[in-house]
Design a protein around this ligand. Structure first.
Ligand code: FAD
Length: 383
């Protein structure tokens, strides 16, 4: 396992060397999508890591996938541009029909089809997913979709989108999470035929958008699994997402620590390197310790996930610890770099903005705390 990890790290690192910090900085300035980078990752087979070999993938686990994404962020890049393919395809793989898998997965593995977008969040529901209002009504061989999603990332750079919609009204279900279904949309035909995309400008280069559905017809054959069970199918993918994003945050954290070590050694003020001062050393050492602890929880969650065991608590804890550790390291990096931390050419301010996202998305810190309080500590549900 150690040998495979090292091989993957080496390969991704080498690929990322072709896309240095200047590449990501220019994209950030132009709010542009890194097509060439995503293409290179696809051609190297990294984005198909989790797909079984018979569909053209490598048949590896979430541990290996997480190392790939960690290395992208550790190189100064941003794995958010392509991470969703890894966890969305898991839903299709585990809950799609044989026909759907044969139809889509080999093309996803080669990059002929991009499955980079998923629409769960809505403006009026927020973290309360069971309150979503987008509906899909069955009419003959089709579902007719109406409603709106927000923060649907990469939708403009994807061919397919996984959509969560209500197929049974909330007042007709026993559990609030029942009656939700997953549909695979083909964006190539949907855009302009009932689906409209409105990009959202954000403080980071994230290619996210609002998506509006106005009587969008979707073939009933594109329903994933059984109608009404979509929320349950999503749960596996959400754990995968938490673990992968924990790894990205760990990658960010190491990037900040490594940059800061180097800077603190060479920056001389008052006749000595600033790194000789405990006021500079200690916050960095503290951030490094927290990062190491988060990294261990990420491997623990990945191990459980890959063994097919329950990992909801560990995946959530890994995501919280890693997002916090990366943010701590980001603050230390900015402080240690003094004024230069604010200069775009040092990349600290870019990564600082990027890493902040993971305390809010894909699940905010408070909701993780509420999950642990309820499901691990057996306290009454607070929301
Ligand atoms: C850049 C970006 C990209 C994203 N990409 C996607 C995507 O591709 N697909 C997708 O579906 N979604 C995406 N999201 C949405 C993301 O998952 C949500 O923003 C996140 O889940 C939080 O939901 P919200 O923004 O509606 O916040 P809200 O639910 O409105 O919460 C606001 C604040 O209130 C707190 N809060 C809410 N309820 C409670 C409670 N009961 N107890 C304590 N605190 C509470 C939250 O913790 C948070 O701090 C993205 C978001 C961003 C910003």
């Amino acid at each position: 396992m150690q040998e495979l990890d090292a091989e993957i790290r080496f390969g991704v690192r080498r690929l990322c060397e072709r896309f240095g910090n200047a590449y990501w900085r220019a994209l950030d300035e132009q709010q542009a999508y890194p097509d060439t980078f995503v293409q290179a990752m696809t051609e190297a087979g990294y984005l198909a890591t989790l797909l079984p070999e018979n569909y053209g993938g490598s048949g590896l686990g979430i541990r290996e996938a997480s190392i790939i994404l960690e290395e992208i962020n550790r190189s100064g890049g941003n794995a958010a541009v392509c991470h969703a393919q890894m966890y969305i395809m898991g839903t299709l793989l585990r809950h799609g029909s044989d026909e759907q898998k044969q139809h889509y997965l080999p093309d996803i593995a080669t990059g002929n089809l991009r499955l980079q977008a998923f629409g769960i969040t809505e403006p009026d529901a927020g973290s309360d997913t069971s309150s979503i209002r987008t509906t899909a009504h069955r009419q003959g061989n089709e579902y007719i979709v109406n409603g709106q999603k927000i923060w649907t990332s990469r939708v403009q750079y994807s061919d397919l989108m996984l959509l969560l919609a209500r197929t049974t009204p909330l007042d007709q279900v026993k559990k609030r999470t029942d009656g939700l279904s997953l549909l695979l949309l083909d964006l190539r035909t949907a855009v302009g035929n009932g689906l409209t995309i409105k990009p959202i400008r954000t403080m980071i280069n994230h290619h996210t958008a609002e998506v509006f559905f106005d009587n969008l017809p979707v073939p009933a054959a594109n329903l994933i699994g059984e109608e009404g069970k979509g929320f349950r199918y999503l749960l596996d993918s959400l754990n995968a997402e938490r673990i992968l994003i924990a790894a990205e945050s760990v990658g960010d954290g190491y990037w900040f620590v490594e940059r800061t070590q180097a800077y603190a050694r060479q920056r001389v003020v008052f006749g000595r390197p600033i790194g000789q001062n405990q006021g500079i050393q200690f916050p960095l050492a503290q951030a490094y310790i927290h990062l190491q602890a988060a990294d261990l929880m990420r491997y623990r969650a990945a191990e459980l996930f890959d063994r097919g065991e329950q990992c909801g608590a560990e995946a959530n804890m890994a995501k919280l610890l890693a997002a916090d550790a990366a943010w701590e390291a980001a603050n230390v990096a900015l402080q240690t770099h003094g004024g230069f931390g604010f200069a775009a050419e040092y990349d600290i301010e870019r990564k600082f903005r990027e890493t902040r996202l993971y305390q809010v998305a894909p699940i905010s810190t408070n909701l993780i705390l509420a999950y642990i309080a309820q499901h691990v500590l057996d306290l009454p549900r607070s929301y």
